[in-house]
Design a binder for this molecule. Structure first.
Ligand code: NAD
Length: 350
């Protein structure tokens, strides 16, 4: 066995149907009483429920959430936190809402309680992101690691397949790249493979029975495992590509993940024969092909062209990907990056 390092991250997780109503108790545990609730605006009932559960502790609500945390929006939420004298944030929503809470934690050093409603996984990571013009800056800082995460499957019951599918592919990407990323280790690999198994088994069942709380719970659990892996293992070609394309063209994060993952895995295959075999065993066939098939089953777009990537963008993005993915497990030069991106742009089965 290869030697490895593993640094466990702190954090409390509570998981279960209806547990969002315990958010006030969780705030008390952290001894915080002036809370800014940051929520994406997809469901006012959910916002009201969480705000009511916080009671007087909730001193303000911010809903002006946008994807990739544009710096000018981040400034608005930071100013609001200052003017309210907030001592903590509660975030409710997908990775974008979580990202806004992290922006506040980074500037104000405030604790965050996170109630995710998608499968993005950001709630478990110390990674922040801010975008400014065509560039997305990211960094790692323990101040942005949420102190408590409340997973409540009930909040995902209305998640339509158009959001659930891409978001779940994003979770799968965390698990898959966690098997060969820079700090991969056997403990994380066990979690990553379990995440892939749970997601690949239960996503089609959830798609068939979208109101089944058991299936929604299983998928959220699989995404939780994937997020825990993302938090520890550095990511590779797939995530670097999504990062570059998100910054350059503002493409939707989940849909981009759904398109890129099978191609990134196929590209990396020669460098990771053992991992590829284990993944294929869990997925019941050639891993890259099976992920592509699962993405089709979940009705996600097949190609970058389908999600708004300009054709002439391939070369520009390729040059950046070569820089960003310099530590990828399978080395990549500009010509190879162009070929890889062209495959993603075409969207054929790898
Ligand atoms: P998102 O947060 O932008 O949400 C996508 C859409 O889903 C939004 O319109 C939102 O209103 C809606 N939505 C959310 N929950 C819903 C629900 N339960 N029912 C119906 N609609 C719902 O997208 P996302 O994919 O969750 O997150 C993407 C963002 O997260 C990106 O900016 C990405 O970079 C970031 N991210 C960061 C990390 C990290 O570790 N820092 C990890 C993963 C993703």
């Amino acid at each position: 066995m290869e030697p490895f390092d593993y640094e466990a991250l702190p954090g409390r997780v509570i998981f279960g149907v209806g547990r969002r109503f315990e958010v006030g108790d969780e705030a008390d545990r952290l001894h915080v009483s002036r809370i800014l609730l940051i929520a994406d605006a997809h469901d006012q009932t959910m916002i009201d429920q969480v705000s009511d559960a916080l009671g007087k502790r909730c001193v303000g609500v911010f809903t002006d959430v946008a994807q990739h945390v544009p710096i000018e929006f981040a400034q608005k939420v930071r100013d609001l936190a200052t003017s309210l004298g907030a001592t903590a944030t509660v975030t409710l929503g997908g990775g974008s809402a979580t990202g806004f809470g992290k922006a506040v934690s980074l500037s104000h050093n405030l604790p965050q309680i996170c109630i995710p409603t998608t499968y993005a996984g950001s709630e478990l990571t110390p990674i922040w992101g801010l975008s400014d013009g065509g560039h997305k800056e990211t960094g790692r800082d323990l101040r942005v690691l949420p102190k408590t995460v409340i997973y409540d499957p009930e909040l995902t019951i209305g998640l339509p397949i158009s959001i659930a599918g891409p978001s779940a592919m994003n979770a799968l990407a965390h698990a898959v790249e966690g098997l060969y990323g820079p700090s991969a280790n056997p403990f994380m690999s066990a979690m990553a493979l379990e995440s892939v198994r749970v997601l690949a088994t239960h996503l089609p069942l959830m798609h068939e029975s979208p109101t089944s709380m058991e299936e929604r719970s299983q998928v959220l659990y699989g995404a939780y495992l994937a997020g825990a892996v993302l938090a520890v293992v550095g990511m590779s070609l797939h995530h670097k590509t999504c990062h570059v394309l998100g910054g350059l063209y503002g493409l939707d994060h989940g849909r981009m993940n759904a398109v890129v993952l099978p191609h990134a895995l196929a590209y990396n295959k020669p460098a990771i024969p053992e991992v590829y075999e284990r993944l294929s065993a869990v997925l019941g066939g050639d891993a890259a092909g099976k992920l592509y098939d699962l993405a089709r089953e979940l009705e996600t777009p097949a190609s970058l062209s389908d999600i708004g990537m300009p054709e002439e963008g391939v070369r520009r993005a390729a040059a950046l990907i070569v820089k960003e993915a310099s530590s990828n497990v399978q080395p990549i030069n500009e010509e190879q990056a162009v070929a890889f991106l062209t495959n993603c742009a075409k969207g054929e089965r790898p």
